[in-house]
Design a protein around this ligand. Structure first.
Ligand SMILES: O=C(O)CCC(=O)C(=O)O
Ligand SMILES: [Fe+2]
Length: 290
């Protein structure tokens, strides 16, 4: 083989590697672009309608290691905005990406990049200063939005078929600052006594030797009616979404905020490796949700 042929061959062989490195390293640069996104709407009067942020409850009276959980009773958003978001979420259900990864997860997801590309109102609200301020107040920490290129930044989770759930887990922090997950139920309907689905947001108190992951310690189950909110430090709180029963419908708007949205490259690589272990190389596609 000529020197040129060898060079071309080596270049061709390295294309997948270059793609891989690109997809692992590109995202930190995307933050710079996304910081320029300005929300189109004024959401101020739609958030906590008729209530001041000082009136809203801050935190659950729970035990050791759960101080990072905050719940807020509804209404979080005005009836009009809530109806609009519910209608959009219902309309997107047919295009949401369904996964079945027993025993970890079963359900459908509309990931952040897809919501962003479709200019859905969730992204506008997520990025707005008013919403950010309210979330910061609830958490007692000044937080900011993270890159829109992550699947979980601002996503919709559908628990609409029997057995849909997410098993016990920590969320993955790939940022320098503290990382918070914020959940707002858009739909939560079923046959339980109070009309909610059988799926509850559950979290377990931290055990000093990590035995909470083995089932040791007190578990709390939180009922989340439509238009309420729970916010928590996902990478430090052992949590899950229980299984829905046949006929239940639970649709959650899930968001991520951080005290510093500067990404740590090696943590992002670890996240990608974890995702690839679940769903294979297609996890490397930009914004692919599992
Ligand atoms: O749907 C739930 O209750 C939990 C969702 C969750 O764990 C997450 O978005 O990180
Ligand atoms: Fe989670």
């Amino acid at each position: 083989m000529s020197a040129l042929g060898g060079l071309l061959g080596a270049a061709a062989a390295s294309v997948p590697l270059i793609r891989l490195i690109n997809s692992l390293c590109l995202e930190p640069f995307q933050i710079l672009i996304e910081k320029r996104i300005t929300p189109a709407r004024d959401w101020g009067s739609e958030i906590l309608p008729g209530r001041s942020t000082d009136e809203i409850s801050k935190g659950l009276p729970v035990g050791e290691g759960t101080e990072r959980v905050r719940t807020v009773d509804g209404p979080i958003l005005s009836a009009d905005v809530m109806s609009e978001l519910v209608a959009r979420a219902e309309a997107l259900e047919s295009v949401a990406h369904r996964v079945n990864l027993p025993p970890h997860k079963q359900g459908a997801t509309m990931d952040g990049p897809s919501l962003y590309e479709r200019k859905e109102p969730f992204v506008d609200l997520y990025l707005s200063k008013e919403w950010q301020d309210m979330v910061s107040h609830v958490l007692g920490a000044k937080v900011e939005p993270i890159t829109m290129s992550h699947p979980s930044t601002c996503s919709l989770l559908y628990y609409t078929q029997e057995g849909d759930h997410i098993a016990w887990h920590y969320d993955h922090n790939m940022f320098q600052g503290d990382y918070y997950t914020v959940l707002v139920p858009l739909v939560n309907e079923g046959e339980t006594d109070n009309g909610l689905s059988a799926s509850r947001f559950c979290f377990r108190e931290r055990h000093p030797f990590g035995l909470h992951a083995l089932g040791v310690g007190k578990t709390h189950a939180v009922e989340l009616p439509r238009n309420s909110m729970v916010a928590f430090e996902g990478p430090k709180l052992w949590h899950k979404a229980g299984k829905v029963k046949a006929g239940d419908r639970r649709i959650i708007w899930s968001m991520v905020y951080a005290t510093s949205s500067k990404q740590l490259g090696y943590r992002e690589v670890l996240r990608r490796i974890k995702d690839v272990s679940y769903i294979g190389l297609r996890a490397l596609r930009r914004g692919k949700a599992i």
